[in-house]
Design a protein around this ligand. Structure first.
Ligand code: 4NP
Length: 209
């Protein structure tokens, strides 16, 4: 009399346990998928906040330091596998339409950087809207850029972040890339040395995130 009841109870209990295992496995799978989703999402968000998609290098004339920095930056980003739009401009208007200074071209070429095709231009309001990051070669360039940015009526948060080119550099951090225009060969060499070092520091900081 009791036997069918016991058989029924055992069968039902076994079914429940099987169901529980199936549910647990489904829950585990869902948890795993959510975990993978959050890891990928987190990584993508970090990439977005870390590596800028566009960088503008700025000096005074756009014929010595910033065109050199443009090519150095472009090459280093390519080597690092970072896809970044790179351009350069000057705060001044004297050299608009000119090729880089002959001395800058010569010294850059000796280090493997061809800048002879670049053409100088002046910074404009749209640069603050179109670039993620604008890097100034020296403190005066940075102050001039900040003043230009302050004069634009757009939301300041939506515009390019400004920084000194040497900001991330453990060797030259906080220094100007000195203006070589009235200098000699050593000054142009120093420009290349500092630019290579500071560009590498930015690239490393983005690769690390
Ligand atoms: P850059 O150098 O800012 O590195 O291009 C200069 C080029 C020209 C002048 C000043 C700095 N300039 O007075 O004409």
């Amino acid at each position: 009399m009791l036997l069918p009841f016991i058989v029924l109870t055992v069968t039902l209990t076994a079914d429940s346990i099987n169901q529980l295992h199936a549910d647990k496995s489904r829950i585990n799978n869902a948890a795993l998928l959510w975990h993978v989703f959050f890891v990928i999402q987190g990584h993508t968000m970090l990439m977005k906040t870390c590596t800028p998609s566009s960088v503008l290098l700025v000096c005074l004339g756009n014929i010595c330091r910033s065109p050199t920095a443009e090519e150095v930056f472009r090459q280093q980003a390519a080597i690092a596998g970072l896809s970044i739009k790179v351009d350069s401009a000057g705060t001044g208007d004297w050299h608009i339409g000119h090729k880089p200074d002959e001395r800058a071209q010569r010294h850059a070429k000796a280090h493997g950087y061809k800048i002879n095709k670049l053409i100088a231009r002046q910074v404009n309001d749209d640069d603050f809207r179109n670039f993620d990051l604008i890097l100034a070669m020296d403190a005066q360039n940075l102050a001039d850029l900040q003043a230009l940015k302050n004069n634009i009526s757009d939301n300041q948060q939506d515009m390019a972040k400004l920084a000194l080119f040497s900001e991330e550099d453990p060797t030259y951090g906080g220094d100007d890339v000195p203006d070589p225009y009235k200098g000699g060969a050593d000054d142009f060499e120093e420009v290349i040395e500092r630019i290579e070092s500071s560009a590498q520091a930015w690239i490393e900081s983005w690769k690390a995130c």
